[in-house]
Design a protein around this ligand. Structure first.
Ligand SMILES: Cc1cc2nc3c(=O)[nH]c(=O)nc-3n(C[C@H](O)[C@H](O)[C@H](O)COP(=O)(O)OP(=O)(O)OC[C@H]3O[C@@H](n4cnc5c(N)ncnc54)[C@H](O)[C@@H]3O)c2cc1C
Length: 481
């Protein structure tokens, strides 16, 4: 079928955070000349809902990516989708003795209200929206994607629409990516250890002990502690003076190891409940009964903590946001990269359609642009994350106290791998073997990171160089273990 006879120019699969931005971006860059459809399995009142239990997220995003979107595609979020402003993030060591402050303005979003704002932005840009569509797969013609298919849950009928291009924004469990049936460099599956099981409450509470290491209305708090959140971290993100998003993420393997050691059978919900109930600054916590939080005050979901998919395009197909495993490996922050990627995806999709080449080659510039803008730093952070997950609380206490310089804090604030210059200066002479090993590991991750960043700067300009590039990446990641 020729492109002219397709139902749409672009179908965006998934009307969540990244899907709506990708659609608005494509409408912006085409001056609304393209026919764009967004489909989501939720009804339009519940757009962006990740699971039946809600719009599960920590809700925090830095100001920078939001400004980036505003500057490039003129989308401006305000209250009420921005629920609460923050001045930065503060991370505490397990013993609470070291506090590292990453300054930089940010926002706590209301993820349930945001998609409604996004929907009205999309409609005003001429985008069609269709809810209640459960996508089951991609339509293909030869070696190209040419549309989507699934079920119309409302009409109880099959759904099938064709397009020149499908932008997959269906999140981490994307069935479209997993079952992609054409030849492509896109990786279909993720390893179990690269996924974190996460959950959170949105709760209101009474005034408790005045302790800013447990709740601060102006800062997002992160608690690093292998007993509270094995292989992950716990958070208290303020949504007001007496309201917070409180949760944690764990690596399943680390949780199993903890249970094996203790002989207990603790699960994610137990850990979150213990964490919430032991917070002295949060007295008498209860699920938020704000109307804007109804159906969204408790839930669990998963988030990826690896580098983004090594390739994010195929013939007629692009990946954006969680479907491409974009959350930052260190803190699982996926909103920032999703905003950047969706903004770029719209631009590169339009260019490809206008050139009449939506092949892998025609879309390749999106891979390159995302790696340049954001993706270059994620593989190094993946290496750092794996190292951190293997540390004991004692090592984290020591490392946060002695090895992190102001320069490192600046790097982490920018989402980059710290250099651990202090470690080098200290000459690796430490009282205990444990800390000697820790220092050596930190130094090694910084060295590997420098190589990885250089490698990502050499991401190939066309698919022809991909295999050689990816082999080089695998060697570097393999050697980092
Ligand atoms: C507990 C938790 C805490 C987090 N905290 C933070 C944080 O504080 N800051 C941060 O930056 N990131 C955080 N993240 C990550 C962040 O939530 C995601 O990166 C972000 O939501 C990605 O947006 P997305 O649009 O790509 O995917 P999603 O938000 O998952 O949206 C996918 C959309 O596609 C729809 N969909 C899925 N499958 C189908 C289908 N088959 N057919 C039709 N529609 C479908 C879904 O219903 C949904 O609307 C957190 C994640 C979790 C789980």
């Amino acid at each position: 079928m020729s492109a002219d006879h397709r139902d749409y120019d672009i179908i965006v699969a998934g009307g969540g955070l990244s899907g709506m931005i990708a659609a608005c971006s494509a409408a912006h860059y085409s001056s609304q000349a393209l026919r764009i459809l967004v489909v989501d399995r939720n009804d339009l009142e519940s757009l962006g809902r990740k699971t039946l239990t809600g719009w599960i997220c920590g809700d925090a995003v830095g100001k920078k990516p939001v400004d980036y979107m505003n500057k490039n595609i003129n989308i401006n979020w305000q209250y009420p989708e921005i629920e609460h402003p923050v001045k930065g993030v503060v991370a505490y060591s397990p013993d609470h003795q070291t506090r590292i402050s990453f300054d930089g303005e940010g926002y706590i979003l209301n993820r349930k209200l945001l998609p409604q704002r996004q929907a009205s932005d999309a409609i005003s840009r001429g985008v069609d929206l269709k809810g209640n569509i459960m996508l089951r797969g991609l339509i293909t013609d030869g070696n190209a994607v040419t549309g989507v298919e699934g079920d119309d849950l409302k009409e109880n009928a099959p759904f099938r629409k064709t397009s020149s291009l499908v932008i997959d924004c269906t999140g981490v469990t994307s069935v479209l990516r997993t079952n992609l049936a054409i030849n492509s460099y896109i990786q279909r599956k993720i390893q179990r250890d690269d996924l974190e099981a996460t959950g959170r409450y949105i709760c209101t509470f009474d005034v408790g002990r005045d302790d800013k290491t447990y709740f601060d209305p102006e800062y997002c708090i992160i608690h690093l502690d292998q007993n509270i959140a094995p292989g992950g971290y716990a958070w208290v993100f303020p949504k007001g003076n007496l309201k917070a998003n409180i949760g944690l993420g764990v690596q399943q393997k680390a949780l199993e190891q903890m249970n094996k050691k203790s002989g207990k059978n603790v699960n994610l919900k137990h850990l979150i409940d213990n964490y919430l109930n032991s917070n002295p600054a949060v007295h008498n916590p209860r699920l938020s009964d704000d109307i804007q939080d109804s159906g969204n005050s408790w839930g669990t979901w998963q988030v990826s903590v690896r580098r983004q998919n090594d390739c994010m395009v195929a013939n007629g197909y692009m990946l954006v946001g969680d479907s491409a495993w974009m959350p930052k490996p260190l803190d699982a922050g996926g909103i920032g990269p999703a905003i950047i990627a969706a903004t770029l995806a719209g631009e590169h999709a339009v260019n490809a359609i206008q050139r009449g080449d939506v092949s892998e080659t025609g879309l390749w510039s999106y891979n390159k642009a995302f790696m340049h803008e954001y993706g270059y730093k994620t593989a190094g952070l993946e290496v750092f994350r794996r190292m951190l997950q293997g540390l004991s609380n004692e090592q984290i206490n020591y490392g946060m106290k002695h090895f992190i310089s102001k320069f490192d804090v600046e790097k982490i604030t920018n989402g980059e791998h710290p250099d651990f210059g202090l470690v080098g200066k200290m000459g690796l002479v430490f009282a205990s073997v444990m800390n000697q090993k820790l220092a050596a590991s930190l130094k090694r991750t910084a060295e590997v990171n420098a190589l990885l960043v250089k490698h990502y700067n050499e991401y190939p300009n066309t698919p022809a160089g991909f295999i050689e590039w990816q082999n080089g990446l695998m060697d570097m990641l393999g050697n980092s273990l």
